[in-house]
Design a protein around this ligand. Structure first.
Ligand code: PLP
Length: 379
């Protein structure tokens, strides 16, 4: 299969998927042309931060414009409205919801609220590093547990580290995991939650929940009414395309939510982000559009990697970790010279690169560059 062939395959899959799923008026696979949803004017291709290349949905843009005249007012009413809408979507009540300035603020307040002498923070390696960052001024001992050979959280090892700790523990479970895009068995997580004492605080990060296609995956939200020691963090940054607006949330037992609120910045979600969030939740096709474009991008990416015989991890998210047959920094630098920003190095996976999914056209540019790198003997 030559480059043209695999790009065609990706484009064909994409066209079918998009056609079936949603009206994308006038959208070509080359660039989204939904009114009010123009591609970014940036000259670089950003495939490095797991963002959503579609940007804000048209209805969210409209909602932001409509909210501007009230931007001089504090956002109390909008906060309540969004919490109610989230609760209705998730089958919980508004007192189970706390809003964050992105979901990283949720992770920050979790470690702040659970800080205790001789506490331990247990997390995977590699995983999303925000929670480890936020604990650095606190008193935790941090225990990093390598992923299994199948790139899942090593639950047994994590349990052992919790048991070896001298005090309470915070356990961070990122599912799907960033930067690998891989899943950890929800049944295994459930069994641990069921058996664990209340001194073990679970922080389950479901930032990429909406992208998961694998059967047998479910949310840890099912635990929150019975287990005050389970907190689920979610975000509007990924499938809702709102990374720059900073809006995330946690779902937890009302008592736990109350405890976490003590640490949040007052009015931490701004009124424009709240308006965009509310409109996004009401936009019924939004998640399907995001998944469809992501699927096209993944197909183009995998076809290229297969063609070059470069292995990759089974991603359930909007990014993919793949082999590069060489030095990560050199690879990243060479891609930058072509105007392509790819993921940073991850020391735990030195011969891999994390590639965030962009628009199909952007993935084609990346594939072209990678093919060229192969010809030069670089990958
Ligand atoms: C696993 C995970 N959690 C949280 C976040 C941060 O999300 P937010 O933009 O909501 O702070 C990211 C961002 O990349 C992520 O990968």
């Amino acid at each position: 299969m030559d480059r043209r062939d695999f790009l065609r395959t990706g484009a064909a899959v994409g066209a079918a998927g998009l056609g079936r799923l949603v009206a994308f008026p006038g959208m070509s696979l080359a660039a989204p042309q939904v009114p009010g949803q123009e591609a970014s004017s940036s000259s670089v291709v950003r495939l490095n931060s797991n963002e959503n290349p579609l940007g804000l949905s048209p209805s969210a843009r409209l909602a932001v414009e409509k909210a501007i005249p009230e931007a001089n007012r504090y956002p109390d009413a909008a906060r309540e409205e969004l919490a109610e809408a989230l609760a209705a979507k998730l089958g919980v009540t508004a007192d189970n919801i706390i809003l964050g300035n992105g979901s990283t603020e949720i992770l920050q307040v979790i470690v702040q609220a659970s800080n205790a002498p001789q506490g331990t923070l247990v997390l995977a390696d590699p995983t999303f590093e925000a929670i480890a960052w936020y604990q650095r001024t606190l008193t935790y001992a941090t225990e990093k547990v390598p992923l299994t050979s199948g790139f899942a959280h090593d639950i047994q090892q994590m349990k052992d580290r919790v048991a070896a700790g001298k005090g309470p523990a915070v356990v961070y479970l990122c599912n799907p995991n960033n930067p690998t895009g891989t899943l950890t068995s929800c049944a295994e997580i459930d069994a641990w939650i069921e058996a664990a004492p209340e001194t073990v605080q679970f922080a389950v990060d479901e930032a990429y929940f909406e992208y998961v296609k694998a059967p047998g995956y479910w949310s840890a939200i099912k635990w929150i009414q019975d287990r005050p020691n389970v907190i689920v963090a979610r975000t509007f940054s990924k499938i809702y395309g709102m990374a720059g607006m900073r809006l995330g949330y946690a779902v937890a037992h009302p008592e736990t939510a109350r405890r976490l609120r003590e640490y949040l910045t007052w009015d931490n979600a701004n009124s424009l982000a709240l308006a965009a969030g509310l409109a996004s939740l009401a936009d019924e096709g939004l998640e399907a559009r995001g998944r469809a474009v992501n699927e096209v991008a993944l197909t183009i990416t995998r076809n290229c990697l297969d063609e070059l015989d470069l292995g990759y991890l089974p991603s359930q998210a909007n990014f993919l970790m793949h082999r590069i047959n060489g030095d990560a920094k050199e690879y990243i630098g060479r891609m930058r010279e072509r105007g392509l920003h790819v993921g940073r190095p991850f020391p735990a996976l030195p011969s891999y690169n994390r590639l965030s999914m962009g628009l199909p056209e952007e993935m084609e540019l990346w594939a072209e560059a990678l093919m060229d790198f192969r010809q030069k003997g670089w990958v």
